[in-house]
Design a protein around this ligand. Structure first.
Ligand SMILES: Nc1ncnc2c1ncn2[C@@H]1O[C@H](COP(=O)(O)OP(=O)(O)OP(=O)(O)O)[C@@H](O)[C@H]1O
Ligand SMILES: [Zn+2]
Length: 720
């Protein structure tokens, strides 16, 4: 009997076996429908094998879905990713097939001439229609426009039987990129990098690179040139460019369109389902060469993937925390290995993980040491708030105000950076000291004046600001504490009433279109002072921007998790790196209460190596990533007792292992979210320990009831 192992989109660690009935052919990668309990569900065949004398009564595959087999290397990647992240393989496979969930766009209705038929009354308008149409087919609306008549005339000809209506399947056409459309003239560093990457692509096989270039050095131009050479060498080659933020995709799509004379395919959460289906089908058929997307674009079924670029590779947004937990950068490297492709990790502030790999010689290390052309890196100075504190209830010190004023007077732009959405991060009762939190959640409510609501950034809960304190009942006693971008902008408007100001955060710029509009008005000089969260701090080119002010340089350093220093260094280097990218020199001012902090001193000195050296030393001493490996296990449930029990069972079941420790279980820092109790365990292991095998063995020993959710987070970035 023939048996197929089928990956089913359920939270189970294994494939399910089904009989392949006589007369049905199923092979690895096929989509099939199979019975599961009372219903039929769709899965993917992982393996087909012959078995004799099985005594189990297997259910049979219902049918093989005829369209779209998952390509072999895509399926191999899915299986690898599931093993690496300890995720259910069927759910990973479902991710790869997500693009097919949308219906096909409706076929287009067009008219064409019926052989040998002519109008009974050939009026001037009717003749014009027939001439405009010729032997082609067109939609009625296009034809009416071409003949400059009303659509009624076309309809009349259809009714008379002179024209007939046909249906044409709507297939998205991605114009082939032209590598020679508008090449840039590269400087020597860029040319050397592009050549190294292009040679690796031409040679074939897995080849990872770190493209390490200061902000504004022209990394984008370098990798686009490498992509152009790859396409010249092999016009069927496919190139994937991953970005951490949707707001960045628009600008890159425009650059690619200008460079290659054709728009790339776009893939992220903002793309409509029918459009996604078109991209999926074009990618699998090799009808599309360049894809620009978010991390989920890694799961597309590439026919001939040759080059993968992860731009801003250090960015924490590549880590997906909800649903399937994975790091887009790590999976991009794996995908490249499985496809035999070249992988380029680009950043001005590479992650310590990537720097470690480059130092070990595992990744080729390409460097762009200076900004392109005449542009130079901005001067960075610290403002010591202990000697010049801002006035009470204001957030900008005198030196920063002066610098903004001078910049404005010169007709140049300023960017004030504060990584905090909303008006105030905390709302406090003046009478009793109560801080407002979301219901059943350990997280402060943030005041948003833009929408007039109090919002929980963790759960999305929101409410109108109450008149009475919910704790003591005092009237009008609730006051905002601390600044968010909205409050800083309010201060800026008070200080510079004639300046044009704007806010760039995920609240004011929720989608690609509004991001594009704001970026464009900033680029065209219609904004004088932009107050922005990290959404605007990376990737963008604003030629007239010459001052970056960091409102609270200490903000990210306070939390104190594993990557606090690294993340703060990267964020501030990127933010300050927006200044002076064209002909005018830029400067950056960082407001801080701790100017002696090593991160801030390294930033002010422009000495990345000093920072990396110190931070790498600390990680090594503690055997933490990249010198060791971490994994977190998070338990949550509405039933506090059930969480306790699973946590205890886990603690008792820890397998013996060398060079590995388990910490916890402990209450998570966010111990209550939406009424769910949360507990965490953390595993630390030496680099050469097979962490995944340990986790599988451990978790296999413990029964987790349906009321408790258990999430494994390999290489955690969030410690909440
Ligand atoms: N060879 C070149 N010829 C002309 N202009 C260039 C060239 N290289 C870079 N530039 C220009 O310099 C600016 C910075 O380049 P780019 O955005 O590629 O830098 P980047 O290294 O990706 O920056 P960041 O890491 O800060 O995002 C852009 O305006 C770009 O058009
Ligand atoms: Zn109160």
């Amino acid at each position: 009997m023939k048996v197929a192992s089928v990956l089913i989109p359920l939270p189970v660690p294994e494939a399910f076996d089904y009989e392949v009935p006589e007369g049905l052919t199923a092979v690895r990668g096929d989509q099939v429908t199979v019975p599961l309990g009372p219903r039929l569900i769709r899965g993917v065949v992982a393996e087909v094998f012959e078995t004799t004398g099985s005594n189990r009564r297997l259910k049979a595959i219902d049918q093989v879905v005829s369209e779209h087999r998952l390509p072999e290397r895509t399926l191999t990647f899915v299986e690898w990713a599931a093993r690496w992240t300890l995720s259910p393989p069927g759910e990973m496979a479902a991710t790869a097939l997500k693009g097919l969930r949308a219906p096909r766009p409706r076929p287009e209705r067009r008219v064409k001439r019926v052989e040998g038929r002519s109008p009974a009354r050939p009026t001037a308008t009717r003749t014009a229609v027939l001439e405009a149409l010729g032997h082609r087919s067109m939609t009625g609306a296009d034809l009416a426009r071409a003949a400059n008549v009303s659509t009624g005339v076309v309809k009349g000809l259809v009714d008379e039987g002179v024209l007939t209506v046909i249906e044409i399947e709507a297939v998205a056409v991605f114009d082939a990129p032209d590598p020679d459309h508008a090449p840039a003239t590269l400087n020597p560093d860029q040319a050397a990098s592009a050549t190294a990457i292009a040679e690796a692509v031409a040679k074939g096989g897995f080849a990872p690179f770190l493209l390490d270039g200061v902000t504004g050095s022209g990394k984008t131009e370098a990798y686009l040139e490498a992509a152009a050479r790859a396409l010249r060498h092999d016009p069927t080659a496919q190139v994937l460019i991953l970005l951490p933020e949707i707001a960045l995709t628009q600008a890159l799509i425009e650059r690619i369109t200008a460079r290659f004379g054709a728009a790339p395919a776009e893939w992220h959460s903002g793309v409509t389902p029918p459009k996604r289906r078109q991209v999926w089908e074009a990618v699998v058929a090799g009808r599309c060469n360049i894809v620009v997307g978010a991390r989920s674009a890694l799961f597309l079924p590439y026919a001939n993937l040759k080059l993968v670029v992860v731009d801003e590779e250090h960015d924490g947004s590549f880590k997906q925390e909800e649903g399937l937990v994975y790091h887009g950068r790590d999976l991009a490297v794996a995908r490249g290995r499985i496809e035999g492709a070249t992988v380029v990790l680009a950043s001005a502030t590479p992650s310590l993980e990537t720097l470690w790999n480059a130092r070990q010689g595992r990744y080729g290390w390409l460097k762009l040491a200076a900004r392109h052309g005449a542009a130079v890196l901005p001067d960075i100075d610290l403002i010591d708030l202990r000697t010049c504190p801002p006035d009470p209830q204001t957030w900008l010190s005198q030196p920063l105000r002066d610098a903004i004023g001078e910049t404005f007077a010169r007709g140049e732009q300023s960017l004030l950076f504060l990584n905090r959405r909303g008006y105030a991060p905390v709302v406090l009762c003046r009478a009793c000291g109560h801080r407002l939190t979301a219901p059943d959640t350990d997280s402060w409510l943030v005041e948003h004046r833009y929408t007039g609501r109090l919002v929980c950034h963790l759960t999305g809960f929101s409410m109108m600001k109450p008149k009475l304190c919910p704790s003591c009942g005092a009237e009008d006693s609730l006051v905002p504490v601390g600044p968010g971008v909205e409050r800083v902008e309010e201060e800026v408007r008070r200080l510079f009433p004639e300046a044009r100001t704007a806010i760039f955060s995920s609240d004011t710029v929720p989608d690609g279109a509004s991001a594009r509009a704001l970026i464009q008005s900033m680029a065209e000089g219609e904004i004088d002072i932009l107050v922005a969260t990290q959404a605007a701090a990376k990737g963008h080119n604003f030629p007239r921007l010459t001052l970056v002010g960091v409102v609270d340089a200490d903000l990210g350093l306070r939390g104190g998790d594993l990557r606090a220093a690294e993340r703060t260094y990267q964020l501030l280097a990127q933010a300050t790196g927006r200044a002076g990218r064209a002909d005018k020199p830029g400067r950056a001012l960082l407001q801080t209460w701790t100017p002696e902090h090593p991160v801030l001193m390294a930033l002010a000195a422009g000495d990345r190596d000093a920072f990396v050296e110190a931070e790498m030393g600390e990680r090594e001493a503690a055997s933490l990533p990249p010198h060791g490996r971490l994994a977190a296990i998070i338990l949550s449930s509405e039933n506090a007792m059930a969480v306790e029990k699973v946590a205890r069972d886990l603690a008792e079941a820890i397998p013996n292992a060398e060079r590995l420790e388990v910490y916890g279980p402990a209450d998570a820092p966010l111990a209550l979210v939406r009424g769910r109790r949360r507990k965490r365990l953390l595993v630390r292991a030496d680099r050469d320990v097979n962490l995944q095998a340990f986790l599988r063995a451990w978790l296999g020993r413990v029964k987790v009831p349906a009321s408790v959710r258990l999430t494994v987070d390999v290489d955690p970035y969030s410690f909440l």
